[in-house]
Design a protein around this ligand. Structure first.
Ligand SMILES: [Zn+2]
Ligand SMILES: [Zn+2]
Length: 298
């Protein structure tokens, strides 16, 4: 059975789902400041975060921590809202992580997602990153967020349904087909970054493991490393241009088939009325231009 959180509202006929969380107005904002003595994610300020759920340490110092979100979008009885702190250093951005650090951060975050999905009452776990103010981040200290619900959001259910329909109609996986058809921006033995023709924003990238698997819980370490290498190149390009971004992790709902992938969503494009009214996106740069943008020497 799917249970909606207490603070969930759905429009009667528009595809709008809302979680009301007025207490989030009180969460701290660092306004993009380089240094912040009060940053709750910095070493020494551990007591400023909520309950710690997991950590990875080296020589008695933590490298990564997963903590309960102090300003959760949903109550604990309705689901999970975690913050994954991905580095000790306040000013270390994902783009400047080493491949090892990036691999470890993605692996740890995916483990937290898998852990949430193991809980019988959880129907869907969303893993995402907001990087920069235009991408919705209130604190710049590198972190990702995990949100898990007792229900499947409508957009996620629709994506799974569309995937299933394509497979039934053609006998093929739509993501495997994308890997063959779309413009490749970066590639290694384990993963590919493509510039999908149907993107939501300019310079959107889909970072896709080459092997077909439904859930991120099935990913192998070398595949995470392959993804990390590609992500690092793309993020360095965005950092050079000062573009904020989101990272969105997509995989199967329940035990459906799917092909897990990550979307890198640069937040440069301002959506207009057309996009809100019709969901029809107008793009200026085609896939080849996106490839040129990311491959330009830094
Ligand atoms: Zn910090
Ligand atoms: Zn596939």
């Amino acid at each position: 059975m799917q249970i909606k959180p207490k603070n969930y509202f759905r429009h009667r006929f528009l595809p709008i789902e809302v979680l009301m969380a007025p207490h989030r107005a009180k969460r701290p904002h660092d306004n993009g400041k380089k240094k912040s003595n009060k940053c709750p994610f910095c070493p020494g300020n551990e007591s400023e975060t909520s309950t710690e759920l997991a950590r990875i340490s080296n020589n008695g110092k933590w490298l990564l921590r997963a903590v309960k979100n102090k300003f959760p979008v949903i109550d604990e009885e309705d689901g999970i809202h975690e913050v994954i702190i991905e580095h000790r250093e306040h000013n270390k951005r994902f783009a400047n992580f080493s491949v090892d650090e990036l691999t470890l951060a993605i692996k740890f975050a995916l483990e937290r997602k898998a852990e949430a999905e193991k809980q019988p009452h959880i129907k869907f776990a969303a893993l995402l990153k907001n990087s920069g103010r235009l991408a919705g981040a209130s604190l710049q200290h590198e972190h990702s967020q995990l949100l898990a619900f007792k229900f499947v959001p409508e957009v996620i259910a629709a994506i799974q349904k569309n995937f299933n329909k394509f497979k039934e109609r053609t006998g093929k996986c739509p993501v495997c087909e994308q890997l063959k058809e779309e413009v490749t921006v970066f590639e290694n033995s384990y993963a590919k970054a493509i510039a999908p023709k149907a993107s939501r924003v300019e310079y959107e990238l889909a970072i896709i493991p080459k092997r077909h698997f439904a859930k991120f819980s099935e990913i192998k370490d070398e595949e995470i490393r392959g993804i990390a290498k590609i992500l690092r190149k793309a993020l360095k390009r965005l950092a050079k241009e000062g573009i904020d971004y989101n990272l969105l992790y997509y995989d199967a709902v329940a035990d459906n088939d799917f092909h897990a992938f990550i979307i890198l969503l640069p937040r440069k494009t301002i959506l207009g009325g057309q996009e809100y009214l019709t969901s029809l996106i107008t793009l200026i740069h085609d896939a080849k231009e996106v490839r040129e943008f990311y491959r330009k020497a830094i």
